[in-house]
Design a protein around this ligand. Structure first.
Ligand SMILES: [Cu+2]
Length: 282
């Protein structure tokens, strides 16, 4: 069935909207919910995940020993808001449930969704059995390292969004929120759905990627450099002196902020070093 396969692939590769209906229709009879956009690990790696699943999902299923067929059943009874006391560090994405332990793998290649800092997020949280309750959305702090296991200290104390009993439309809850402005690179959107109509709390990890900030600053620096090239003369000499100062500072370990650094400093402070530096300065 080549044609059908290709069709399904196209569906899976497109955005979540066309993906929602088959996923919802294919869900287990006793089903509850999980985020489909930004797609959660459990949904992306479920049998309905399609082409989103990659090596991270294969590793997760292998660690699990079984496929994530019950993608909507990641729930823990009786937590009652004591998430940090009940769910152990390093096991946030599985809710500490052995059946979902593959979701806790510390990897940098989980299927992810691109987000814009400061933008509006509308989470779609598919539900086949409606419950009342409160959604709490957390984003890992600036400087989060996806290569390390996710711990509670990676998350701010307070969620960036908390929504009680959002509308359930077309089989999904919609949770709208303004995203923090200070995130760059890969992060985890951690969603807690504490039911009020059942004793259960649902946990999910959605991997999200914000633009790397050094690209933006690179643009600004290029613009600055162009301006400097046009001014030249005295300014150029002063810039050379400043550059020498900066090199001395660097040798002493007192680095300038990358935003103010010009020319050679930009070449030196690339990638992770620049990012780490910027995070430390915030
Ligand atoms: Cu349920």
């Amino acid at each position: 069935m080549h044609g059908r396969r290709a069709h399904r692939t196209a569906l899976a590769a497109s955005l979540v909207t066309p993906f929602l209906l088959p996923l919802w229709a294919a869900g287990p009879a006793r089903a509850h919910g999980a985020p489909t956009d930004p797609v959660s690990r459990v949904v992306a790696c479920s049998p309905e995940g399609g082409d989103r699943a990659g090596s991270a999902c294969r590793a997760a299923v292998a660690a699990n020993g079984a496929p994530f067929t019950a993608w909507d059943n990641l729930r823990v009874a009786g937590v009652g808001g004591r998430d940090r006391q009940v769910i152990p560090d390093g096991k946030l994405c599985s809710g500490g449930l052995p059946d979902y332990r593959g979701l806790d793998l510390a990897r940098t290649d989980w299927p992810s969704t691109r987000l814009t800092p400061g933008g509006t997020l509308t989470m779609r949280y598919v539900s086949t059995i409606p419950h009342t309750g409160t959604f709490r959305l957390y984003l890992t702090k600036p400087g989060y390292d996806p290569a390390e296991p996710l711990t509670w200290s990676d998350l701010p104390d307070k969620p960036f969004a908390e929504v009680r009993d959002p509308a359930l439309t077309h089989g999904a809850y919609r949770v709208s929120a303004t995203l923090p402005e200070d995130r760059a690179g890969r992060h985890v959107l951690f969603t807690v759905w504490q039911n009020s109509s059942t004793p259960d709390t649902y946990y999910s990890c959605s991997d999200v990627v914000f633009p790397e900030r050094q690209n933006e600053e690179g643009e600004q620096r290029r613009a600055q450099d162009q301006g400097q090239a046009q001014r030249k003369g005295k300014g150029e000499k002063r810039e050379r002196e400043r550059e020498r100062d900066r090199e001395r500072d660097r040798d002493r370990g007192t680095e300038p902020t990358p935003l103010l650094a010009g020319g050679a400093a930009v070449l030196v402070l690339t990638g992770g070093a620049a990012l780490a530096l910027r995070l430390r300065r915030r």
